[in-house]
Design a protein around this ligand. Structure first.
Ligand code: GLU
Length: 418
């Protein structure tokens, strides 16, 4: 059988074609020269499989879609706190090129609008790095997200530098306000270069999924940023990524995303998928018309909205077996262990009559245990043990940290359960 996913993507692409609605960005002269009819879609799975439709290997410049990734690099290099001291994370509700500074602190509102992205650019690398060092760190970082060496489109870079009056004004403004200490012209050159990297929709999908996995590029297997950094970036994309259309986007599409004036949009759904779309005609917010339609359609058809509630009626405790002879109770758990499911388990364990008795937790059907569930289950084992029960653990997938107990089915003693 041939997987139907590529056919589905092709169908979506055809269904979302929108004739000649929208217009090409023209404030960067070189961008107005692209073929307006190009339209491609790509999706990358959590294990690094890329599906595409359309001209998936045709390049375009990354533009503002570089902002979340460079924000990630700044967070990685300086730490979340230090970056927050320079750039806030409040949606501005303004267009990408508005001068949105906090009235009191003078800090840019968020790293997705230009003034915030220009400031964020200065936070990549060490504080004493030169602009060349920073350019190289951005090149390496964006390439690590994409899983291949990316190159700059010099024609677009030159074209934009010749017309970057507004961005220069903003760099001077944050310099005057003491938010950055760098030479504003150098920073604008670096920021404009960052926007001029050439990517494909395939790259966008891989870069996106690298955020969705919590920072690991599933194609190269490289950890590019830490999980807390990836989460911070996704959160800021969700609230600020689509500029003055962010609220509408979050309610209709519900996928953390970022657009660029070149006509690309990428979206990252945590734990599920990375998506990239390219079609250069833009709407009044500066988002690709066909790109927005494609995301709306994908979100609807594939139920990708972040706020969809997946209520499972699967009991966290699959069964409790009571062995008359030994008096042992075996709690067979199942599914992913999160706060909600671990709480169900704790409630059942609390019903065990006073000890001493034998209690075994069987995790062989548990698919994952997150950190909160891990703490909850370990605390339950410690408490049962303190109450005089002999606690056993069957955990072939090694989902819980524990001492070496041979086959893992032997009782855990009081000390070991701690
Ligand atoms: N390089 C563009 C600028 O700074 C990016 C804008 C965008 O893609 O929204 O004006």
């Amino acid at each position: 059988m041939k997987t139907p996913v590529p056919d589905y993507l092709l169908e979506i692409r055809d269904a979302c074609s929108n004739g000649d609605a929208g217009r090409l960005a023209d404030y960067i002269p070189e961008l107005a020269a692209v073929d307006p009819d190009r339209f491609a879609v790509a999706a990358c799975t959590m294990d690094g499989i890329v599906y595409t439709a359309g001209d998936a290997d045709a390049e375009f410049t990354i533009q503002s879609m570089s902002k979340p990734f460079v924000y990630a690099l700044a967070l990685r290099d300086r730490g979340i706190e230090a970056v927050l001291e320079k750039v806030e994370v409040e949606p501005s509700g303004d267009a990408f090129n508005q001068i949105s500074l906090d009235r009191e602190t003078g800090r840019p509102r968020n790293p997705m609008i230009n003034i915030g992205a220009i400031t964020t650019h200065t936070l990549v690398s060490e504080p004493d790095a030169t602009q060349d060092d920073r350019d190289e760190a951005v090149r390496q970082g964006l390439s690590a997200f994409a899983g291949r060496e990316l190159g700059v489109d010099d024609a677009v870079l030159d074209s934009e530098l010749r017309t970057a009056f507004r961005n220069r004004a903003m760099a001077n403004l944050v310099r005057a306000g003491g938010i950055i200490a760098n030479d504003p012209d150098e920073v604008v050159r670096g920021y404009t270069r960052q926007c001029a990297y050439r990517v494909t929709v395939r790259d966008l999908a891989v870069m996106a999924v690298t955020l969705a996995t919590g920072g690991i590029n599933p194609v190269t297997k490289e950890r590019v940023v830490s999980a807390p950094v990836a989460r911070q970036v996704l959160a800021v994309m969700a609230t600020c990524g689509m500029y003055d259309a962010a609220g509408d986007w979050m309610s209709t599409v519900g996928i953390p995303a970022k657009s660029g004036v070149s006509g690309g949009i990428f979206g990252a759904l945590p734990g599920q998928v990375g998506l990239g779309v390219f079609s250069p005609r833009l709407d009044e917010h500066g988002h690709s018309v066909e790109g927005v339609r494609t995301f709306e359609r994908l979100s609807h058809d594939l139920e990708l909205h972040l706020m969809n509630t997946t209520v499972t009626d699967v009991e966290a405790v699959r069964s409790v077996r009571f062995d008359e002879i030994s008096g042992r109770r075996t709690f067979r758990l199942q599914g992913p262990m999160t706060f909600a499911s671990a709480e169900q388990v704790l409630r059942r364990l609390a019903e065990i009559p006073e000890g001493p008795s034998e209690v075994t937790l069987d995790l062989s059907r548990v698919s994952s245990v997150n950190a909160s569930a891990r703490r909850m289950l370990l605390e339950a084992m410690t408490r049962l043990s303190a109450d005089g029960h002999v606690v056993g653990l069957a955990d072939p997938g090694r989902r819980l940290p524990r001492p070496d107990l041979g086959d893992g089915t032997r009782p855990v003693n009081r000390r070991a359960a701690r």
